[in-house]
Design a protein around this ligand. Structure first.
Ligand SMILES: *Cc1c(COP(=O)(O)O)cnc(C)c1O
Length: 406
């Protein structure tokens, strides 16, 4: 009998990744082994407040009891059928998700990028079949500094050279205009336009909140031009901004909404394209699909997520705690913070570059027990679980103040 292997330390585990794991990420040097609610614990038992929440995949915190219970219950009954057969969880999930988002139909997928790809395919098909665009001529207008995922088609219309470089040739059919610029958008739309695809708040770009009236303007322009408005709410949706969807801040209803991240409750990847019957109705059997999309485990967890959002409690918390976050960050302007943007419990904080890069500030926060992540340059993104308490949030703001003052 050999003795059981000694558990490896954080440093050992980080070093062990180096030769065997593709280097497509540069994580903070923390190795998480356990988590509950807004807190995570590393291999050595150090505790951290999670102020990133898996880029909003963990809106309900780690291991929310209702979500974990729904997952366990489903694990005991049925996990996968493929769409070759029906499963008893999918109808209820689609009905409730459509009702929650005020849309007609649901196309279940798995990851965010797949939802975006699916939205692009739906928009193109709609352009040919409903709008009458000549074959293979459809265009989609997108915004500069967008983030919609990592597939070859999606990076084809990214303006981030790191995301694109070395991955061509690229998919044609996209036009890029500045974000938050209705005149540029109007000029880019023509009779070939299938859709305008934008994020209602640009997350990866640094939580860029457009001017009031922009989303209304996009809705009016697309309606007038006879093209679809596709809103990528994969990060902004499902409670983060204080509403179920970020477009609700302007009472706008897009033709198609892309959801992901929090839809899987932090347990399984679940994404969806939700939209009007006119748009999603263009798909017929065999034209699009996914082996795992709409699987019963995903549908059970997704239904439990929708159930949490139906109460309105999480949207309310995001709005109320968002006010605390905004007030706290306002106090820091001029004291290490040069500016910030926020909507609900979601902020992009521009730190004085003299104090350090976003990465350095994130590392200092980590050593003080706060997990956050930089976006570009000196911008830190804050997006804690919506279950965080006011006391925990204030304590995180206090730690940020301390790190910036040091
Ligand atoms: C994260 C994200 C995606 C991609 O989702 P993945 O699940 O990582 O493929 C797409 N759009 C937005 C706005 C996102 O934040």
């Amino acid at each position: 009998m050999t003795a059981p292997a000694r558990a490896r330390t954080s440093d050992e585990l980080i070093r062990a990744e180096e030769p065997v794991l593709a280097h497509n990420y540069h994580p903070l040097p923390v190795v998480v082994a356990h988590a509950e609610g807004a807190w995570v614990e590393d291999v050595e038992g150090r505790r951290y407040l999670d102020m990133l929440a898996g880029y909003s995949a963990l809106n309900f915190g780690h291991r929310h009891p209702a979500l974990i219970e729904a997952a366990y219950r489903q694990l005991d009954r049925l996990t996968l059928t493929s769409r070759a057969f029906h499963n008893d969880k999918l109808a209820g999930f689609a009905e409730r998700l459509a009702r929650l988002t005020g849309q007609d139909m649901v196309l279940p997928m798995n990851t965010g990028a797949e939802a975006v790809e699916s939205g692009i395919k739906v928009a193109r098909k709609w352009a040919y079949e409903v709008k009458g665009v000549p074959a293979d001529r459809a265009t989609i207008v997108v915004a500069a500094d967008n983030f919609h995922g990592r597939t070859t088609t999606i990076v084809s219309f990214s303006t981030d050279e790191t995301a694109r470089s070395g991955f061509g040739p690229f998919t044609p059919g996209f036009r890029i205009v500045p974000y938050n610029d209705l005149a540029a958008l109007e000029a880019a739309i023509d009779e070939t336009t299938a859709a305008v695809l934008i994020e209602p708040v640009q997350g990866e770009a640094g939580v860029i909140v457009p001017d009031d009236g922009y989303l209304t303007g996009v809705r009016e322009l697309t309606r007038r031009a006879g093209c679809l408005f596709v809103a990528d709410e994969i990060q902004s949706g499902l409670g983060r901004t204080g509403r179920t969807l970020a477009v609700e801040h302007e009472n706008v209803v897009p033709d198609v909404v892309l959801l992901g991240k929090a839809l899987g409750g932090g347990i399984v990847p679940v994404s969806a394209v939700v939209g009007s019957r006119e748009a999603l109705g263009v798909l017929r059997p065999g034209e699009h699909g996914s082996t795992f999309g709409g699987n019963p485990l995903a549908a059970a967890v997704g239904t439990a997520v929708v159930e949490l959002l139906e109460t309105g409690e999480f949207q309310r918390r995001a709005a109320e705690l968002g006010a605390v976050l905004r007030e706290g960050l306002t106090d820091l302007v001029g004291r290490g913070v040069v500016g910030f943007r926020s909507r609900g419990l979601w902020a992009g904080v521009d730190v004085d570059p003299a104090i350090g890069t976003g990465r350095e500030i994130s590392e200092r926060l980590m050593r003080e027990g706060i997990l956050a992540k930089d976006t570009h340059g000196s911008t830190i993104r804050l997006a804690p679980p919506l279950t965080i308490t006011e006391t925990e949030l204030r304590s995180a703001l206090g730690t940020l103040a301390k790190v910036l003052a040091a």
